[in-house]
Ligand binder design. Structure first.
Ligand SMILES: NC(=O)c1ccc[n+]([C@@H]2O[C@H](COP(=O)([O-])OP(=O)(O)OC[C@H]3O[C@@H](n4cnc5c(N)ncnc54)[C@H](O)[C@@H]3O)[C@@H](O)[C@H]2O)c1
Length: 389
């Protein structure tokens, strides 16, 4: 990042003066203020003229290990919007890694650009070089707007990439462990609410029948549950209703959250629990794969007041993260599924803490993450070795 000296020199161009004024005005100060507010360690701005790459990498917390998190590509309207997104997402990754009990910290990258128009192999190679320059402080892969194939180019420049296509050493579709983790979430919720992990006879309303949602429908039907499902792609719903007659019912995307059910499962978009939907929810619990289901933390407090049990999304959807993290220790499918199974126990622990301390579950989960960070940083006080400089 270019830092301009306070003093104006007599050789300054008009452009340099303008840049200094905008930097002095607020931008640099704001980046540090934003980093301070959420506790970020490092923010890196990357620009490559030839490929048009403009990227921001944010490392939130590396107490538990190198930062791990996807790289999102989106046509952000302003740098400010991109910066705020990467700061928010990277902080979320610290929490996700904390509860998933993986030895990684929180990080994320964004590339500013249109995923369908602006990509090129050179752009991802340039990104690969910037990530490589972090010398193992950050590992990344796909997120919204990026595909495993994009990182085949990036991986030519550095080894800090995960989630590559299987033909390039990646571990394959993360929706498999993600759906498995959500099933653990359903079972833990059933145990907590109804004292049995059996989902037979329960009604689950699933918003989004994509890679994760469609897998959940199949598994729930197999366990004897009744499923209500909505998706903006009507063909996906039609084929599920035809495949599972009598067990699956179609619902409208606008009203699925209002359907009376045991569990509402958001598996499409974020922010589904918001000021508009909160009072309309007719479920006993919310357990789903979508990221950032609560529009704001305060909505978690209101769910608690309403007596709706909320399974923190960053725990329940951690199966995909567990899989890509495992790639860095030589991927092993059974090990991934075993670790993903532990979402069941962790969720029960959160529900228990929430009940004992009358805390919203989202706050109980945050508390457990902070406790893990404290324990790991205490462990790291033990010196591993000494290298003569
Ligand atoms: N796949 C993973 O490993 C993984 C991991 C963690 C989190 N997640 C999150 O889980 C969610 C589902 O992931 P996925 O891999 O199944 O994605 P996907 O893109 O395969 O499926 C999403 C589905 O939601 C539908 N949809 C979009 N907007 C909708 C709306 N307003 N109402 C109803 N349906 C709508 C889409 O048509 C699509 O069928 C996403 O929010 C994703 O970020 C996924």
């Amino acid at each position: 990042m270019k830092v301009i000296n306070n003093q104006q020199s007599c050789t300054d161009t008009e452009e340099a003066v303008h840049l200094r004024e905008s930097v002095q005005g607020s931008t640099m100060e704001d980046v540090f203020r934003l980093m301070e507010e959420a506790g970020h360690e490092q923010v890196i701005f990357c620009r490559h003229e030839g490929s048009g790459l403009k990227s921001i990498i944010a490392l939130h917390d590396t107490t538990m290990g190198p930062a791990l998190g996807g790289c999102r590509m989106a046509p952000y309207r302003t740098t400010d919007e991109a910066l705020k997104d990467v700061l928010r997402l990277s902080r979320g990754m610290t929490y996700k890694c904390g509860l998933a009990d993986v030895d990684f910290g929180g990080g994320k990258a964004v590339i500013i650009g249109h995923p369908e128009e602006d990509k090129s192999p050179e752009m991802f190679r340039a990104f690969g070089r910037f990530v490589g320059g972090l010398n193992g402080r950050f590992f990344t892969g796909t997120d919204m707007g990026t595909m495993p194939e994009d990182f085949v180019h990036a991986a030519r420049e550095s080894e800090s990439f995960v989630g590559l296509p299987v033909s390039h050493g990646g571990s394959g579709d993360t929706a498999i462990p993600t759906a498995y983790g959500v099933m653990q979430g359903f079972r833990a919720t059933a145990r907590h609410l109804w004292n049995s992990t059996d989902l037979g006879g329960r009604t689950v309303a699933i918003q989004g029948a994509g890679k994760v949602g469609a897998r959940l429908v199949a598994q729930l039907v197999e366990e004897g549950a009744r499923v209500i499902v909505a998706d903006v792609h009507m063909d996906r719903i039609r084929s599920l209703v035809e495949k599972y007659p009598g067990s699956v019912e179609a619902a409208d995307v606008e009203t699925i959250h209002r359907k009376p059910c045991d569990i509402f499962s958001p598996c499409a978009i974020g922010g589904v629990v918001n000021n508009r939907t909160l009072d309309e929810l007719a479920c006993q619990a919310i357990v789903g794969s979508a990221n950032n289901q609560l529009a704001e933390d305060a909505h978690g407090d209101r769910l608690h007041e309403r007596g709706i049990l909320y399974a923190p999304d960053y725990l329940v959807n951690a199966g995909g993260l567990i899989q890509v993290a495992d790639e860095l220790s030589g991927y092993h499918h059974e090990r991934v599924m075993e670790k993903t199974r532990s979402i069941f126990d962790m969720l029960l622990k959160i529900y228990q803490l929430s009940r004992e301390e009358d805390l919203p579950t989202c706050r109980a989960a945050d508390q457990l993450v902070l406790e893990r960070l404290r324990q790991v940083s205490d462990l790291k006080r033990i010196l591993l070795g000494f290298e003569r400089r």
